[in-house]
Ligand binder design. Structure first.
Ligand code: CMC
Length: 363
């Protein structure tokens, strides 16, 4: 194994958008605890905070909310491109293609807040459009009278969502919007640092997010929980995976060496909003068994629950189809990405790290 892998511990940028403290389990957005924001604010207010640096006053929130809701329509050519994509192409690749096909409005450098709003607004519509297209059901046009999160659920189901679902998904969106220099954010900042445009930066970030070691884990968590089926099977099932060198999805994190605060907050928020639910109790028991076994098989690695574990629980509770889990994570993380792009261009210097040559020298 090479000595230099994964840029662990390397500082790539200064940021005042978000703090991730892996030892203390802290997550802060622009001076506020992410958990407090998730419990007390709507998506729109926190998206404004990340993009602009301060929470909005009433009129700022009103115009930002209107800007988001008036930017949801997909251009006809993007719909046509999605229609042409093969049915077996999965959602993250469709999002990547749709974003990169958006055209002129996304092709100027430096990126602007209007471009950020457009991308944030349009992502749920891309997901809903493709979802209905592959399900052979009628596309449900965005409803401008609904907030960002409620409208997403509305476009998927065609029904006005219930308040508990909207609040749970709102908390999920807020807790997953931003997370320091994760692979997707680093990819986006690297691309924009070359003075390439926002469409390329976000397409690149979507590509990074798609991988199972980053954003692709929650659907695998559901698969794991489904396969375990009952708590009495959990220990044997996990021992099987761990003894053959496999990984338990939803556990471990490069930065967090304690429980991921997003997992803690999501668990609290959803059990509070959705109430006692046997499925949550099952997930909680599986979590405890996993942590015990990870310490036994991987002593000293400090492997705890990450956000994906309870993200899977929340997304199931709001009846999100499993194939949309990673896409939904993307629809929230795009707020962090665009905030980082605006920050990067304000102090821009191209990312250009070094490598150590370990090959042979010519004679
Ligand atoms: N199950 C079993 N063993 C694990 C796990 C796991 N989930 N995670 C790490 N390990 C072991 C790994 O095998 C290695 O063991 P050894 O020292 O014997 O080789 C050790 O712990 C360190 O692992 P690593 O791969 O060097 O750690 P990393 O910091 O490169 O990887 C990770 C972090 C999240 C990719 C990894 O923990 C993992 O693969 N987890 C499962 C996938 C998952 O849940 N991903 C979602 C991440 S949270 C979303 C986000 O914030 O992006």
């Amino acid at each position: 194994m090479p000595k230099v892998t994964g840029l662990e511990g390397v500082v790539a940028a200064e940021t005042n958008i978000g703090l991730v403290d892996g030892e203390k389990g802290h997550l802060v957005y622009r001076g506020y605890w992410a958990k407090d924001l998730a419990l007390g604010y709507d998506f729109e207010a926190v998206a404004y905070l990340l993009l602009n640096g301060t929470l909005p006053n009433e009129s700022e929130l009103d115009s930002f909310t209107k800007a988001l809701s008036s930017n949801r329509e997909l251009p006809a050519h993007v719909k046509a491109i999605i229609d042409l994509l093969p049915a077996e192409m999965e959602m993250m690749s469709v999002i990547r293609t749709a974003i990169s096909s958006m055209g002129d409005s996304f092709t100027q450098w430096p990126p602007t807040i209007d471009q950020a709003i457009r991308i944030i607004s349009i992502l749920p519509t891309i997901i809903a459009y493709r979802y209905h297209q592959t399900a052979n059901t009628a596309f449900v046009a965005p409803n401008p009278s609904l907030g960002h999160v409620a409208n997403y659920l509305y476009m998927l189901t065609g029904k006005e969502p219930n308040t508990a679902h909207v609040r749970a998904l709102n908390a999920y969106f807020i807790l997953t919007m931003e997370h320091g220099m994760n692979a997707g954010t680093f990819a986006a900042r690297t691309i924009i640092s070359t003075q390439s445009e926002i469409a390329s930066a976000i397409s690149g970030a979507v590509g990074a997010m798609k991988g199972p070691l980053h954003g692709g884990a929650p659907s695998e968590v559901i698969q794991m929980l489904n396969e375990i089926g009952d708590i009495s099977n959990a220990e044997a099932w996990m021992r099987d995976v761990l003894s053959s060198g496999g990984r338990l999805m939803g556990f471990g994190h490069r930065v967090y060496k304690t429980r991921d605060p997003r997992a803690v907050a999501l668990r609290e928020v959803t059990s509070h909003l959705i109430g006692e639910d046997p499925w949550f109790n099952f997930a909680f028991e599986v979590e405890n068994t996993a942590i015990r076994l990870l310490e036994e098989y991987k002593p000293g690695r400090r492997l705890y629950t990450n956000v994906e574990f309870y993200a899977a629980a929340v997304l199931s509770a709001v009846e999100m189809p499993t194939e949309l889990f990673t896409a939904t994570f993307t629809a929230s993380r795009v707020v962090g990405w665009t905030s980082h792009l605006l920050e990067q261009v304000a102090i821009n210097r191209i990312f250009r790290p070094q490598s150590i040559y370990t090959g042979e020298m010519p004679e």
